[in-house]
Ligand binder design. Structure first.
Ligand code: SAM
Ligand code: SF4
Length: 416
């Protein structure tokens, strides 16, 4: 979501005559698009911000803006720590960049923006094949650990016709794949619900793959699973954060489902879409998580067998309920639990990736492999990365590959 916010910022600035540079020394405007989901991201940002101070001394004309969730959360306090900052604006106020460019913007813009869903912003996209499309803003769920509802505000869905037009224009520009973005996409609601939106977008000619992140287990309806199964462009992958295998911890997290509810949904997904890949997020060391809760998470990983996970140590975030909870888990216990979770998942992911050796997979080619310039890389419909030798095929086209090797983080394929 942050990456796409940056694309929107670039889109607005390009219209104002700016061009992009990756050399801070020649920039007229430097924007930090920040993330506050975990404390580490905040710390990194403040040390970067300190480093840029000397640049401002050398070139007083350069303007520095802080955007994103830290901007929203810290607001004016940022000026106390970093008086060299000129503008502070939150994720609901990207549109003010137009005025930043012309020098007319107020220095701090953090208001709730009720019009956010109806105001379409241009985007300068970094990827010529796959595009992000925001379908909704904000979140109403207030999971007890999460800062997002405080920084991105209340949930607001974009009108379906706006989303349809954006996807239609992307298809006209040659994009093959869209990823629909929202904190909780399956609670999307305008004149249609999320399944209805997928049905609309599946009709856009030229778009060949539709993905979405992130889905919330409590809002995963059977109607949506059927829509995913019936619609040819909707890929067989879902990112469905579990967070913990312990129903007690899920309750403390205010997630709105139990472990057995989650398992039922996974069974339904796999019954209706047998080849679906399921990935997830896990938090290790939530306050009050005792050893037996952790073992339930380990059991859950073994039972569910995700295709992959993102796992994080719990990080207390300001204003959230969890930050005030007692029974904090010691840092070294969090780290040990996280390592155990990641090591186990690596074994599971490798086993799953090996199990598709020998199969034929449709790959959308994204470009050169980052690790080997002799190779191209792309993704299966199930969102697994595949690398293969260059063979005359090019970025943005589809290849049919046989998987010859499954590794933990990627697959190796050959043209079939
Ligand atoms: N809306 C999505 C959801 O509900 O899954 C994604 C939210 S968040 C941007 C992505 C992931 O960050 C979450 O699924 C959660 O695992 C993790 N996360 C959020 N707050 C956290 C915290 N305070 N400490 C550790 N991990 C956190
Ligand atoms: Fe945060 Fe929960 Fe909303 Fe996801 S659903 S953004 S974890 S509050």
């Amino acid at each position: 979501m942050n990456v796409h916010d940056s694309e929107k910022m670039l889109g607005i600035l390009e219209k104002e005559g700016y061009t992009e540079t990756d050399n801070a020394l020649e920039a007229d405007l430097i924007i930090f698009n920040t993330c506050s989901i975990r404390e580490k991201a905040s710390q990194k940002f403040f040390s970067e911000l300190g480093r840029i101070r000397s640049l401002k001394r050398k070139r007083p004309g350069v303007r520095i803006a802080v955007a994103g969730c830290i901007a929203q959360h810290e607001g004016r306090k940022i000026l106390g720590r970093a008086p060299h900052v000129d503008f502070i604006f939150g994720p609901q106020n990207l549109h003010i960049l137009k005025d930043v460019a012309s020098g007319r913007a107020p220095s701090i813009s953090l208001d709730e923006n009720p019009y956010i869903a109806t105001r379409d912003l241009p985007a300068k996209r970094g990827d010529p094949v796959r595009a992000w499309v925001t379908i909704m803003y904000g979140c109403n769920n207030f999971c007890s650990y999460c800062i997002v509802p405080f920084t991105r505000g209340r949930e607001r869905s974009r009108p379906s016709r706006h989303i349809y037009s954006e996807v239609y224009e992307l298809a006209a520009k040659g994009y093959k794949e869209v990823t629909l973005l929202g904190q909780n996409v399956n609670s999307y609601l305008s004149d249609v619900n999320f399944a209805g939106l997928l049905r609309m977008l599946n009709r856009v000619e030229g778009i060949q793959r539709i993905r979405f992140v992130t889905s919330h287990p409590k809002d995963l309806s059977v109607d949506l699973i059927h829509a995913m199964s019936e619609l040819d462009k909707v890929c067989e992958h879902i990112h469905l954060p579990l967070q913990s295998g312990s129903s007690d911890v899920l309750k403390l997290m205010n997630r709105g489902y139990t472990y057995s509810d989650y398992v039922e949904r996974v069974a339904e997904l796999r019954r209706i879409i047998p080849d679906i890949s399921i990935t997830s997020d896990i938090i290790a060391g939530f306050p009050g998580e005792i050893h037996s809760d952790h073992l339930l998470t380990i059991e859950a990983l073994k039972n569910i067998e995700f295709d992959g996970i993102f796992a994080f140590k719990f990080s207390p975030r300001p204003r959230t309920k969890a930050a005030l909870m007692r029974n904090e888990v010691p840092e070294e216990t969090k780290a040990a639990r996280l390592s155990e979770i990641l090591a186990l998942q690596d074994v599971i992911t490798l086993r799953k990736n090996r199990s598709i050796e020998g199969t034929l997979q449709e790959i959308l080619i994204e470009g050169e492999s980052e690790t080997d310039p002799e190779k191209l890389m792309g993704r299966t419909r199930t969102n697994k990365i595949v690398t293969f030798s260059k063979n005359g095929t090019s970025q943005g086209t589809f290849a049919r590959l046989q998987i010859v090797k499954g590794r933990t983080h990627s697959l190796e394929g050959i043209a079939s």
